[in-house]
Design a protein around this ligand. Structure first.
Ligand code: C2E
Ligand code: MG
Ligand code: MG
Length: 500
């Protein structure tokens, strides 16, 4: 065929295949778009027959459309298509429920096993949920570890039943590259017409409900307008937090930590409190999770460090060589400038680095292991002791643990407080003590509430203990009086408990 004829046919072909939308785009792009289409049509024509070329071009176009509306990892509908389907269901059925499903701690799985395994797991999750639903329901992946489910012709009761079923399904074992995993999820529900008249509003409200389900660890939560006001209230709480730090409402209480064999107090843990003018003394759980999401964690941590190091200076001036431990949050471990700020505070208060301990949790490290590792290495280089807090509750791999410059493990109180009653817990405590010893680390048992636990731990060779049995968190003044009155007991016996 003459080349001129081929170009003419290709041009005609491309015109047939273009929809009105494509044409508008072509016009908008001037000559570029038709030229590109012509070139690709021409290439096809050169390589194959006319009917084949037509088919290929149609396939390409269908593929483009599919890509625009589906998630590339799971092949599930994406947010745009989900939106569209919810709108259609609203018009068609009236009653529609939107479920927003967020996998708890998926990020840790991803970070621990790698992205490839994470993707595999997401695909399995999508497939398992889709298989369970009716044809006119729909599962979509909104991004990250967030899925949405459209349940047609459903009110709140039916939506709760479907949400519960989905959670149960996720809890059934998944096998990823030979490793068995069970997933937990938090589900938020919003239904039409009660909670919104549009797909976007329903999704937003399902998201608010999901967040409260996550916080309350309740699994499933239906949207409630009242609770939404409450969450806005919590945000204003955080706006107040900055002011509260300036006026001295954010204070630190100290909980003692003692050697199990002699009862000698070796240090304290600094625990933040907010002396709120109308709400009373707030515990960290009431404001730290929100501070984490609002950029306030750095100022808050530096504030706690400032108070704790000032106090530590005073004890040293009084001849008490106690260490002080401060908790770090996820945000802190992503902050490359933290080590320099800590070094500055140590110098300002004239406290030697070995008198400061910084506590981090396994979860905190796993959010971004390479970055956390870099920050921890700088803190270690300053001579500060690093401890893993709440050990046993996260997913730290043991090889990771050996690599980190961590010198202390704090066994989570959930194991310690039940070790006198549950054999499983006492086995975990015993193994952790041995593990720490073999790794050359010291070990602290948290949450020691009874004399029996104290004695049991001493027998296991655990070095240090912290908990209500020894002393509750106290204000600096209370701690001063407590230390004055405290008499350590002899080896292997419980101390005289003088709790406030
Ligand atoms: P954590 O670091 O594991 O602190 C120990 C928590 O256990 C404290 O709760 C303490 O009051 C409580 N506790 C101590 N002994 C016992 C016991 O014998 N029985 C029971 N049932 N509980 C005991 P608190 O003060 O409410 O702190 C909770 C968490 O908040 C802390 O857990 C820590 O993760 C976080 N936190 C506290 N202060 C700060 C801070 O300044 N910065 C950051 N990022 N987190 C903080
Ligand atoms: Mg701690
Ligand atoms: Mg702890």
């Amino acid at each position: 065929m003459h080349l001129g004829n081929r170009v003419a046919i290709a041009w005609a072909l491309s015109a047939v295949l273009l929809t009105a939308g494509d044409l508008a785009l072509a016009v908008a792009h001037g000559l570029v778009m038709p030229l590109l289409v012509t070139v690709s049509a021409l290439q096809l024509l050169m390589l194959c027959s006319v009917p084949q070329a037509v088919r290929r071009l149609r396939e390409q176009k269908a593929e483009q459309e599919h890509r625009a509306l589906h998630d590339p990892v799971t092949e599930l509908p994406n947010r745009i298509l989900f939106h569209e389907r919810v709108q259609q269901a609203i018009v068609r059925d009236g009653a529609v429920a939107v479920l927003l499903i967020d996998l708890d701690r998926f990020k840790e799985v991803n970070d621990t096993l790698g992205h490839h395994s994470g993707d595999q797991l997401l695909t399995m999750v999508g497939r398992r949920m889709s298989d369970e639903l009716r044809d006119d329901d729909l599962v979509a992946r909104l991004g990250g570890d967030e899925f949405a489910v459209l349940v047609s012709r459903a009110g709140p009761q039916k939506a709760i039943a479907v949400a519960t079923r989905m959670r149960d399904l996720l809890f059934e074992r998944f096998e990823v590259e030979g490793i068995g995993l069970e997933l937990e999820a938090s589900v938020g529900i919003a239904v039409h017409p009660e909670h919104g008249d549009h797909a976007e509003v329903l999704l937003q409200h399902a998201d608010v409900a999901m967040y409260s389900a996550k916080e309350a660890r309740s699994g499933v939560q239906v949207y409630s307008a009242e609770r939404d006001t409450f969450s806005r209230g919590r945000l204003s709480l955080v706006t107040d937090l900055r002011r509260a730090m300036e006026v001295g409402e954010v204070i630190v209480h100290y909980q003692p930590k003692a050697a199990l064999d002699t009862g000698t107090v070796v240090g304290v843990e600094a625990l933040v409190r907010w002396n709120h003018p109308t709400r009373g003394l707030l515990l960290p759980g009431a404001f730290i999770p929100v501070a984490e999401h609002t950029g306030l964690m750095r100022p808050l941590t530096l504030h706690v460090l400032d108070l704790a190091l000032a106090e530590c200076r005073r004890w040293r001036d009084d001849g008490r060589e106690m260490t002080v431990a401060v908790n770090l949050s996820t945000r802190n471990l992503l902050d490359h400038t933290l080590p320099a700020a800590v070094a500055h505070l140590l110098t300002r208060h004239g406290v030697p680095p070995h008198a400061l301990e910084l506590e981090i949790t396994e979860t905190t490290i796993m959010v971004d292991p390479p970055r956390a590792r870099a920050v921890l290495a700088s803190l270690d280089a300053l001579g500060i002791t690093l401890a893993i807090d709440d050990f046993g509750t996260g997913y730290t791999s043991l090889s990771w643990l050996c690599d980190l410059p961590v010198r202390t493990l704090k066994i989570d109180r959930s194991f310690v407080s039940r070790m006198d009653r549950h054999r499983g817990d006492s086995v975990i405590v015993r193994s952790t003590v041995q593990l720490a010893r073999n790794l050359g680390m010291s070990v602290v048992a948290e949450g020691v509430e009874h004399a029996g636990t104290w004695a049991q731990l001493a027998e296991l060779g655990c070095e240090l203990a912290q908990g209500y049995f020894l002393g509750r968190p106290m204000s600096p003044e209370q701690l001063g009086a407590w230390l004055q009155a405290y008499r350590p007991s002899r080896a292997n016996a419980a101390p005289v408990a003088l709790t406030s």
